[in-house]
Design a protein around this ligand. Sequence first.
Ligand SMILES: Nc1nc2c(c(=O)[nH]1)N[C@H]1C(S)=C(S)[C@@H](COP(=O)(O)OP(=O)(O)OC[C@H]3O[C@@H](n4cnc5c(N)ncnc54)[C@H](O)[C@@H]3O)O[C@H]1N2
Ligand code: MOO
Length: 455
Amino acid sequence: MSSPLSNRLEDPDGFDDALALANDAAVTSWPEPTPEPTPGPTAGPTRGPATGPNRDPGSRDRATACDWATARALARRAGRPLDSVELPLAEAVRHALAEPLAALTDLPGFDSSAMDGWAVAGPGPWVLESGRGLLAGGGAVPPLGDGRALAIATGARVPPGATAVLRSEHGRVVDGRLSAGRAPANGTDIRPRGQECRSGDLLLPAGTAVTPAVLGLAAAAGYDTLRVTRRPRVEVLVLGAELLGAGVPGGGLIRDALGPLLTPWLAAVGADVVAVRRLGDDGGRLAEAVAGSDADVLLTTGGTAAGPVDHVRPLLAERGARLLVDGVAVRPGHPMLLAELPADTPGPRHLVGLPGNPLAAVSGLLLLAEPLLRGYADLDPDAPPHSARVTEAVTGHPRDTRLVPVAFTPKGAAPLRYHGPAMLRGVAAADALAVIPPGGAPSGSHVVLLRMPSP
Ligand SMILES: Nc1nc2c(c(=O)[nH]1)N[C@H]1C(S)=C(S)[C@@H](COP(=O)(O)OP(=O)(O)OC[C@H]3O[C@@H](n4cnc5c(N)ncnc54)[C@H](O)[C@@H]3O)O[C@H]1N2
Ligand code: MOO
């Protein structure tokens, strides 16, 4: 019997073990990121609008397609940071700081106890002050005289005159006198005011991604709101008369798999999805939707090839759009495109055309949509290409780069089955798409990985 991983890539429609593999998968450790190549002067947009619906899509793509890294770099360059907005902390997460975060207070704002125990003044033993002691959040505290001690809780203000805090487990109280095995050195377990920062200190530079931890720091430093770069507003136009929005498909119709996938995916890479509209195969409705959109970016699915109802390229040509990326030499996903819409008309600046085949659409998300949208949002590319060893040989395309779903395992990146362009089973279990160069990747060789965005 073959191993559960064998023949995955030779038999893309065969029995799937992707989920079983994913369930066992542990995250591997990642070598240094591979820098993204910067396209040279000849790698930029070289052509105008597409040239009509009736040419052979394969030959068109070959003539104009760029490589995957150039596509990412062009998309990244096209997405220029948007204007800034002031948002309450809770809404600022997953944005980029539009201005440096400077402390509005010293941190800590007062000398505070790092431990539960006693504030002590001078070398012991000490006379213990009576009363309940000092708690976090208490007001001004009277000075502590030399030779005296006072119970104190973690986070409470240390009284003036105290020289150290003695931890509760290091002291003993007998008849109102506190003694310690060894007297604490001056400053022990006192967090001095301003230890982490002084008011006005730069805590984080502009451009930092606002993570939950950044929100915590901002709150600690006195912020209720943050000025952040606006996230791009994206409208998704799902094309295809065969697509159902709900229910079990049948009768030649299929479920729209991309609408549900795209909203959280786009949110995860730094965009706000303002609408997902299914437009069937109606070129007129598509034209109206493009003309009437007030989003920053339009994202279409399907209709990128040269079939009778593939309206995207012809419409872009009609509108005088410029194709920044017109096909990418990857499988799946080669018909993907990125267009710049004319600046003299209001509305979206860019349109990303994802191929209709679901895995091909995921390729387009990683190569075009993600870098473009993160550029708009001023976020670093979320998934700088990493690399890992493939756990087995992966067959290559003769000329193009293959993007193959892989799961992270302790032994490296394991290619998954069901990676055909129309399939989602492989990618649903994947941590990344592995970039397989033309000709293939031998077992154990390093390949670049395009990671799935975290939810
Ligand atoms: N003569 C050629 N035909 C095709 C070529 C080619 O090189 N020469 N390339 C093929 C490749 S590769 C792809 S990818 C597709 C891209 O076509 P479109 O972007 O025009 O996509 P559609 O034709 O609209 O759909 C393709 C396929 O995907 C299904 N689909 C579409 N949208 C969805 C969705 N939201 N959820 C689930 N599935 C969807 C659709 O039903 C089709 O089966 O062109 C090939 N043709
Ligand atoms: O390249 Mo298509 O985009 O294989 O599915």
